[in-house]
Design a binder for this molecule. Sequence first.
Ligand code: PLP
Length: 373
Amino acid sequence: MIYLDNASTTPLDSVVLDKMMPYLTENFANPASQYAAGQSTALAVLNARDKIAKLIGCKSEELYFVSGGTEAGNWALKGACAAQDGNHIIVSAIEHPALIESAKDLQKFGYEVSFVNPDKNGVISPEDIKKAIRNDTVFCAVMHANNETGVIQPVDEIGAICFEHGVFYYCDCVQTAGVLPFPTKHCSALGISAHKFYGPKGFGAIYISERAKINRLISGGKQERGLRAGTTNTAAAVGCAFALENAVKLSAEHNEKIIKLRDEFVDRVLSEIDGTHLNGGENRLPAHANISFDGCDGENILFLLDMKGIAVSTGSACSAGAVKESHVLKAMGLDKGRVKSAVRFTFGKYNTEEEVNTTVEELKRAVQKIRGC
Ligand code: PLP
């Protein structure tokens, strides 16, 4: 398989699995238990937390383990609203459904939500966020970079505006962890997900500033300082920490390699296939190329490429399967044809030049077939 859907998920690195393995087998004790075996796994969890906190640039006490990006976003939004007075929320219109659907959940409880649109390049303007803030605003979410287009957002400025107005600012860093430096000092909270940086699925972390007001979302035992109950997944915590450490350490090298492959791919597609358009402005993550093909349906391109063993996506991972137009491209004001014909190609550290060449050739055939020429 030629895998060009790295924004959806990445394979677990074998070196990461090696680090996790002892905690899936012989060192299986619950880290909350009091005997020696439990203390040994508790130490592994402690070390993982320290490592991730250091990489994110926060205190270990400000880092909580969760099940991934979806839970981090839900907790930030619902937890921050529950802890404060005021019933207005700001969510950018290009957020992951984890935030958009959470905001819609709260509308049912009387919260008012402002969905702030990006410009045509997919960028949320700090000025628009400032304008949306009201006296009763309690929460704002603008992601570090978008998962469909890869467009990087001016999060430092947005964070500073929120701080100035006393608004809890959540930054979804699921696509940027291990790719860009963390914008920690400008955020009330930020979330990451291990399966996006060659770590295990179903595990992530949320930084919550010690200054931020937040209630818990999951009640039960005393894990995560009583704020997120449930038996800790020691193996995943160890794997997440090791995978993030590798990703950060090698980010410059990997980014350079991935940008080169991605740019070569984009240049060839735009010049060799008529009626193609790159979606999103210049300031994008290294991995992303979101391209529309005039006269085609993105789903059809996906299926034809799949038949040749090439995996791509038509939108965010979570909307794949349920055929649904991209809310991100729509919010950017792109016309219906361009939205419907969009395909997302996302490159990763294991892709090769040969794969780029094969994909371009197969893409040409697929588009020709669909256009009937
Ligand atoms: N936020 C963004 C930007 C994402 O891309 C994703 C996953 O695609 C998520 C949140 C959800 O993360 P998880 O799969 O860990 O729940």
